[in-house]
Design a protein around this ligand. Sequence first.
Ligand code: SER
Length: 317
Amino acid sequence: MKTILITGGLGQIGTELSTYLRQAYGTNNVIVTDVVKKDSPVVEAGPFEQLDVTDGKRLAELVDRYHVDTVLHLAALLSAVAEAHPQAAYRINLDGLFQVLEVAREKQLAVFTPSSIGAFGDSTPKVTPQDTIQRPSTMYGVTKVAGELLCDYYFRRFGVDTRGVRFPGLISYEALPGGGTTDYAVEIYYAALKTGKYVCPIAKGTLMDMMYIPDALRAVHELMEADPTKLKHRNAFNIAAMSFAPEDIAAAIQEELPSFTMSYQVNPTLQAIADSWPDKLEDTAAREEWGWKAQYDLKTMTKDMLKNLQPRLAETK
Ligand code: SER
């Protein structure tokens, strides 16, 4: 990677990945794009362009103008929003990816595409191997599985250097996720610091894979810089850090903030999605093929989240 264009660059992952990669590759070598221009330190700090990912022509122009060699394609609707707007999800998640891959084919670019724990469904083993049954029941999942296959196809058929991981639910404090099923695991920290209590929309005992954002950023960087001859899977690597249920994260917060309390008011739509997803991903292929290893567990993440979020929330009061 030398000159990188990020789509969806003002979202939960993009906001932090932009800053992280600008430190590693130089500010002007990371072109951040998003469908809308928002007030963000990322926009102030370096090159920013408005880009709707379904507009392949505009993407091609930006690639030429900035001499881009790598696209990190993060623009997508998350699971709960995608269920509310399945047609828009198909267009943005799948047609958007198709446009990116076509530009990559024409201009010989490398492409990173995130897949997700949402690429699995009820018939997938709950402890989920790298290569297994994928019959998701959500539009989000449909677009993620199709995206994985499309990336494999563009590598095999056209030699496009496609790579990707299946992200767990991501937990971060810079930018909020927008409409995912795992969002509760971010909201709970905000609620703990703001009000000392949280009403959880996911039922007790519901295990899902989660990861703290610094590990996720490192995963993108390490995979994109990995020796391609060692990659057998290329796309859709399972990566894992921790698997927990709502009562586990509540207990971890209580260790830091003993007066914190949590109650439940289960949202049936979110719960159905959560129930259809894995309990725990097996990430042996990522470990073996490019040396992946998470650094944060629930305890260390919770300490760090609270430490970083506290001053931010104090500023916005
Ligand atoms: N965090 C995502 C969601 O909940 C899963 O990839 O939709």
